[in-house]
Ligand binder design. Structure first.
Ligand SMILES: *Cc1c(COP(=O)(O)O)cnc(C)c1O
Length: 428
């Protein structure tokens, strides 16, 4: 192809290019090990002097093909698949931070990530300061410390639907010599490519829209290759000083733009082992082949649902960046001009009992702990995903106690609206 393929083409074609006589469809390399003829050759692989497969915990051809597709979709140089989105976000930060280090995260993030950063990583001696992304630059600047190693946020926050001002946070992070990590799960590279706005590293829970059918838990980390680690060598010794567990190899020198993902693979995946199974990677790839079509339909349906809810007198409020007048409408127009995602947050007038009655009255729309798959579903974060957070933390995470998270699927819009309408009808 003479021109660079567009995202819709990458979804279908990228990552797997069979040679003459090879399978047209990406095969599942269901093998933990790979065979070599000489001791010497295998030794070179272990020393990272040659690239090749030897053990699936480190690399597998099925996983690599899918990681390559996601890297191309995001416009990055390299990617790795992980067993879950949780593993992706943990590795993304832990690849830069060690005990005694600090990082900054937007408070408006997924509940599981909030807990990982605020509780579990704290036990490892890594401190996270949560900031309200609506704060002024001056207020945010105060959160940086000499030992700060990165800044983190979600393109569209789960579940609140806040849109992250990526360009602004990239400027703030770079001003302090640290990279910006963006969790792009909800927008997907079909609707936002954070690297184009200055982000350095992107993460995904591929469990959501990328898989799209609720079949496989998975995650991914993509590196833009843009952050100059050696220019901040003192701050990132893990990348810029010799790794004794690899005979004194220095990642940033030996691998240049591939340093970050190589370190995450060779060191973190080797030692922590949260690999995605090749079979899940295969399912993820099937999902990716239609991502561009599904995202379009999710957004068309969600826009209609958001407008319908906003017009209903029984609905107290609706958060959806596609609604004119929404707090994030302008940021949405900037970062998500073709639409954001299918997830809407809203609240009903009345009591918590009314919220529960509404949810229990839905017929086609199911109550599930999931978002962002083909089937419309609904969840009450305060009683489900965010249950472990205190009321104070709920507010900090942008989750109002009455918030209903509605993940609009790709069914016929008339049937989605009819179900919502009959459930609203059960309220006084
Ligand atoms: C679901 C989710 C995660 C966690 O992903 P898992 O695949 O469930 O581990 C992280 N970030 C966001 C934005 C999510 O929606």
């Amino acid at each position: 192809m003479s021109q660079k393929p567009k995202p819709g083409t990458l979804c279908v074609q990228a990552g797997w290019t069979p040679k003459n006589g090879e399978p047209r469809v990406l095969p599942i390399y269901q093998s933990t090990t790979f065979k070599y003829d000489s001791t010497e050759q295998m030794a070179r692989l272990f020393d990272l002097e040659e690239s090749g497969y030897f053990y699936t915990r480190l690399q597998n051809p099925t996983n690599d093909a899918v990681a390559s597709k996601i890297a191309q979709l995001e416009g990055g140089v390299a990617a790795m698949l992980t067993a879950s989105g949780q593993a992706a976000n943990f590795y993304a930060v832990f690849n830069l931070c060690e005990a005694g280090d600090h990082f900054i995260s937007a408070s408006t993030i997924y509940g599981g990530t909030f807990n990982l950063f605020g509780v579990t990583m704290k036990k490892m001696g890594i401190d996270c300061t949560f900031i309200d992304p609506d704060w002024t630059d001056e207020e945010i600047e105060k959160a940086f410390r000499p030992n700060t190693k990165c800044v983190f946020g979600e393109t569209i926050s789960n579940p609140g639907g806040h849109v992250f001002d990526i360009e602004r946070f990239a400027r703030l992070a770079h001003g302090h010599g640290v990279p910006l990590i963006v969790d792009n799960t909800f927008a997907t590279p079909i609707h936002c490519r954070p690297f184009e706005w200055g982000a350095d590293i992107v993460t995904h829970s591929t469990t959501k829209y990328m898989d799209g059918h609720a079949t496989a838990v998975g995650g991914c980390i993509v590196d833009s290759g843009n952050f100059d680690w050696m220019a901040h060598a003192d701050r990132f010794p893990g990348l810029c000083q010799p790794d004794e567990s690899y005979h004194g190899l220095t990642y940033a020198k030996a691998f240049g733009k591939g340093a970050y993902i190589t370190k995450a693979t060779a060191q973190l995946m080797r030692d922590l082992g949260s690999i995605q199974s090749p079979e899940n990677a295969f399912l993820l790839n099937l999902g990716l082949e239609t991502l561009h079509l599904r995202m379009q339909r999710h957004c068309e349906n969600a826009q209609r649902v958001a407008e319908f809810l906003q017009a209903d007198p029984r609905v107290a409020w609706v958060n959806y960046a596609g609604l004119p007048g929404d707090k994030y409408y302008e940021l949405g127009q900037k970062y998500l001009p073709q639409g954001g995602c299918g997830v809407i947050a809203f609240g009903l007038k009345g009591t918590r009992q009314d919220t529960i009655r509404f949810m229990d009255s839905l017929k086609m729309i199911a109550i599930v702990t999931h978002v962002a798959d083909a089937r419309t579903c609904v969840l009450h974060p305060a009683s489900h995903t965010h249950r472990q957070l205190s009321d104070e933390q709920l507010v900090e995470a942008g989750v109002r106690p009455d918030l209903i998270r509605l993940s609009v699927g790709i069914e016929d819009i008339d049937d989605i609206l009819a179900d919502l309408s009959q459930a609203l009808g059960t309220l006084a």
